[in-house]
Design a protein around this ligand. Structure first.
Ligand SMILES: [Zn+2]
Length: 128
C-alpha cells in the first residue's frame, strides 16, 4: 500500500506532526511538573481551607495529571502517525481502508479514521 500524497504534501504533514508531537510532549512534561509542584508545595489557600476536600492540591494534582495523560496520548498518536508516514501507509482509514481526505489530515494529521468511521465509532461508544 502506497501513500497517496505528493512528496511536498508528505513533507508538510510530516512537519505538522513533528510540531504537534513536540508541543504535546512539552505539554505533558509541563503538566507532570505542575502535578509534582502541587504535591510538594501546598499553597496558602489549601492551608486556609483544609476542611474542603474539593479544594487544594489534590484537585490541582488530579487536573494536572489528567492533562498530562491527555498530552501523552496526543504525543503517542502523533508519533504513530509519523511512523506510518515513514512506512508509507499513512492516510488510510484503519477501519475501512478508505483514503482519508487531505483536508481532514491537515486539520488533524494524527487521525487514523475517516469521518464516517469516526462517527460510527463515536455512536458505538455512546451506546456502550
Ligand atoms: Zn473509514
Amino acid at each position: 500500500m502506497h501513500t497517496p500524497f505528493a512528496p511536498a504534501t508528505l513533507n508538510e504533514l510530516h512537519r505538522r506532526l513533528e510540531r504537534r508531537h513536540h508541543s504535546a510532549r512539552q505539554m505533558a512534561a509541563h503538566c507532570r511538573h505542575e502535578a509534582d509542584l502541587a504535591l510538594q508545595d501546598p499553597d496558602v489557600s489549601d492551608l486556609l481551607d483544609r476542611d474542603d476536600p474539593a479544594s487544594g492540591t489534590d484537585a490541582d494534582r488530579g487536573n494536572s495529571l489528567a492533562l498530562a495523560a491527555l498530552a501523552e496520548h496526543n504525543a503517542e498518536a502523533a508519533h504513530t502517525a509519523l511512523r506510518r508516514l515513514d512506512l508509507g501507509n499513512y492516510g488510510y482509514c484503519d477501519d475501512c481502508g478508505a483514503r482519508i481526505p487531505l483536508a481532514r489530515l491537515r486539520a488533524l494529521p494524527e487521525t487514523t479514521l475517516c469521518v464516517d468511521c469516526k462517527q460510527t465509532n463515536h455512536q458505538l461508544a455512546l451506546v456502550g
